[in-house]
Design a protein. Structure first.
Length: 277
């Protein structure tokens, strides 16, 4: 009799569904966040867009231009849209990659903003950066190249063909490109130069976001020099290799660096005194 009862208990335990239900619950508990949208934004390196010969042009009817000897790259980063559905699995994949960063969406975007609103804002910022770059360029040309006539040079005379890029970070690089086009001096000397930083009408260079991702983009583009704002020094990795990352506070500093022959072979970090560079 007791043997029969023991066999019945053993059979009920063996065929019990409780352990299976627990397993299913635990698996679902783990997998569910991976397939549900989460309130995060993803940032990745973008591309280095060459400005010569088609992206940035100057109307030859209003100013004399010179053929550039080298290339200048405008750098971008890829940021998920404010209303994009980012899944938990995408966040985990990003965390596992060295070239991808995840932030709470509220850190990147204001509450209730939309992709359309952000695109409009980025377009306005891009247009403003081009206007400021022209003013900074004209101020420097008046000081360094008084023989260059910029009296007829206006925003309408400069065309920038970048339909899918926005934001203020191209100011410095637009100015460098204009100086290369408008002066007889060979500033680039055959080099590939990238950069990212805002610029004021007086030539002051300001910080931008995503500098680490833009260093990666510059390397992929094959640039040997990347100019960044000195205010970004706290975010620049101290172990830079394979490229010269030069922190500057002004357009004039960037030009001075390019003019110095000894800097042609330099690689590493320069201009960040807080990092010992």
């Amino acid at each position: 009799m007791y043997k029969r009862q023991i066999r019945q208990v053993a059979r009920s335990v063996r065929f019990s569904h409780t352990p299976r239900l627990i397993k299913v619950f635990l698996i679902a508990l783990f997998l569910l966040p991976l397939v549900l949208p989460v309130n995060f934004a993803v940032i990745q390196p973008g591309e280095g867009t060459p400005l010569f010969p088609k992206v940035l042009t100057v109307d030859k009817k209003v100013a004399t231009t010179y053929k550039p000897d080298g290339q200048i790259y405008l750098l971008s980063i890829w940021v998920s849209n404010p209303d994009a559905k980012i899944l938990g699995a995408e966040v985990l994949t990003c965390w596992a990659r060295a070239d991808c960063v995840v932030f709470p969406r509220s850190v990147i975007y204001k509450r209730n903003t939309t992709s359309k609103a952000e695109e409009k804002k980025a377009k306005i910022e891009m247009e403003d950066s081009q206007s400021d770059a022209l003013l900074a360029t004209k101020a420097l040309l008046k000081k360094e190249f008084p023989g260059v006539d910029t009296s007829k040079l206006t925003d309408r005379a400069i065309k920038v063909s970048l339909p899918n890029v926005g934001g203020p970070s191209g100011g410095l690089i637009f100015s460098l490109a204009l100086i290369e086009l408008l002066t007889p001096e060979d500033i680039l000397q055959g080099r590939k130069v990238a950069g990212s930083g805002t610029i004021s009408p007086t030539g002051k260079v300001g910080a931008i976001g995503g500098i680490s991702e833009k260093i990666i983009a510059a390397k992929k583009a094959g640039a040997s020099i990347l100019f960044a704002a000195r205010d970004n020094c706290d975010e620049i990795p101290g172990d830079v290799s394979g490229i010269a990352v030069v922190a500057v506070s002004s357009l004039e500093e960037a030009i001075s660096f390019l003019r110095e022959p000894s800097h042609s072979s330099f690689r590493g970090l320069s201009g960040c005194t807080n990092l010992g560079a």
